[in-house]
Design a protein around this ligand. Structure first.
Ligand code: SF4
Ligand code: SF4
Length: 211
């Protein structure tokens, strides 16, 4: 039997293999999107936890947003749950006492929204810009998957097979590149020389940036 550590290692290796494969079909997109979502979630949680873990009465999670996870073909593949899941409640959706119960397959808006408290706790305009850009990576990766339709608005396997795979993989690659710059920023307190250029492909700054 595999230990958790062995399983995680095998999973990382298989992710790496898929990420380096030519993007031939939609399952390749699902893996790439999952790897991106995992990276975004971990970073956002580390940045927001100090504020969000104390937010009990005015939490921004809503059951109607949680329900969107059952309408999207991609999100259903990612979280692998049914609406009858005992972890899902009509009143609280996926929300548990420890936060969202979904590791993967959350609607993009769940990563995109930051309340005033979270933004006010950011130490500079640059930190606010980097956090908002981080929150947009998931949404960016799925834009215009089928005409103007977003990847998470695809409602069937058949439709998912017809999305513009090259285009989605290109956007996921842009988002992954920005994610690496954002990780560097949080570890070193500044953006690398071409970091702003990469992040600007996702979102333009709206205020002067200083560290
Ligand atoms: S983003 Fe703001 S409102 Fe939402 S859970 Fe965190 S602290 Fe609460
Ligand atoms: S973060 Fe999770 S619990 Fe909160 S709205 Fe999104 S899916 Fe629901």
């Amino acid at each position: 039997m595999y230990t958790d550590a062995t399983f995680q290692k095998l999973k990382s290796i298989s992710e790496l293999i898929v990420l380096n494969m030519e993007p031939k079909n939609s399952s390749n997109i699902v893996w790439r999107y999952a790897a991106l979502e995992r990276g975004v979630r971990v970073l956002i949680e580390s940045q927001c936890r100090p504020v969000c873990s104390n937010c009990l009465s005015s939490c921004c999670c809503r059951a109607d947003i949680c329900k969107e996870t059952f309408n999207s073909t991609l999100l259903k593949k990612l979280h692998g749950e049914k609406e009858s899941s005992h972890q899902f409640s009509d009143r609280y959706g996926w929300l548990t006492e420890r936060g969202c119960g979904l590791a993967l397959g959350r609607p993009p808006v769940c990563y995109e929204f930051f309340c005033e408290d979270v933004l006010a706790r950011q130490p500079s305009n640059t930190h606010r810009y980097v956090l908002k850009t981080l929150g947009q990576l998931i949404s960016h990766s799925g834009e215009n998957a089928l005409g103007e339709k977003h990847l998470i608005d695809i409602r069937s396997d058949e439709e998912l097979e017809t999305v513009d795979i090259e285009h989605i993989c290109e956007q996921i690659n842009e988002a992954r590149s920005a994610l690496e710059h954002i990780q560097y920023f949080y570890e070193n307190g500044e953006l690398e020389h071409d970091g702003l250029e990469q992040l600007s492909k996702i979102r333009l700054p709206t205020a002067p940036l200083r560290n």
